[in-house]
Write a protein that binds this ligand. Structure first.
Ligand SMILES: Cc1cc2nc3c(=O)[nH]c(=O)nc-3n(C[C@H](O)[C@H](O)[C@H](O)COP(=O)(O)O)c2cc1C
Length: 221
């Protein structure tokens, strides 16, 4: 029998309940952290009260060595890593050009899950980026095309004037993906899953990658 904390209800967070589907308290199970991640993500998405259901915090290292965090939408998870999209020439894009080290942090309050990922970010190719571009709303595509993320904005009014002018230009035309818009895949070397308990007796499972093999251990709360 596996011990886990899969409960989405606040009142259940202090209990360890038996289940076969979750954060296993034996080292033998769930050797693959992606399996664990997908299980938790699916669980967090079910009946989620969050408006931005896929928001995750990614932290990069700036040119002065300071960590810099911000939220992005997690687009996809596969057996290689975690994909998000952004402007490649934004502040985060510049950080990653100089230092690909990255952290991703998630807190899903309604299920009491924290996930911490450390790894390296690699740009996805243009074809993959185009696939994500096509899933964006026209509104989002217009905004992306009209602005250069992280650059100074002279006047607030510019937000609207730029959108008006670009909307006019693409009134009856498809909006091409700007070259500077793409995505990254975070290839992890460690992933920690924490199941929160009010008592602070959190259950923490750490997966670390070494020689292409994931090893699982538990951490004190
Ligand atoms: C919920 C939420 C989701 C966001 N999703 C994205 C995203 O997927 N891509 C992105 O570039 N910015 C996204 N942003 C904006 C970023 O937080 C950030 O302001 C922007 O990427 C500029 O960051 P930078 O100047 O450090 O590069 C999102 C913000 C919030 C609050």
């Amino acid at each position: 029998m596996h011990l886990s904390l899969l409960n989405s209800k606040e009142e259940n967070r202090n209990q360890i309940v038996p289940t076969t589907t979750c954060l296993h308290a034996t080292k033998q199970d769930m050797k693959n952290p992606f399996e664990q991640f997908n299980l938790w993500w699916k669980n967090a998405l079910a009946d989620s009260p969050l408006k931005q259901k896929s928001a995750v915090c990614i932290s990069t290292i700036d040119q002065h060595g300071f960590p810099s965090g911000r939220f992005v939408d997690l687009k996809e998870v596969n057996e290689t890593g975690f994909i998000f999209c952004t402007y490649l020439d934004s502040a985060k894009g510049e950080h990653l050009k100089h230092n690909p080290k990255i952290a991703m942090t998630i807190w899903w309050d309604h299920v009491g899950y924290q996930i911490r990922v450390q790894g390296s970010a690699t740009p996805i190719n243009q074809d993959q980026a185009l696939k994500y571009w096509k899933t964006r709303s026209k509104e989002a595509q217009l905004t992306t095309t009209a602005f250069q993320q992280s650059q100074t904005l002279e006047l607030e009014a510019e937000l609207q004037t730029r959108i008006d002018s670009i909307s006019h230009k693409y009134l009856h035309a498809e909006i091409p993906k700007p070259n500077a818009w793409g995505g990254y895949i975070i290839v992890p070397h460690s992933i920690e899953f924490l199941s929160f308990r009010e008592s602070r007796l959190h259950l923490r499972a750490l997966y670390t990658l070494s020689d292409s093999l994931w090893t699982k251990s538990f951490l004190q709360p």
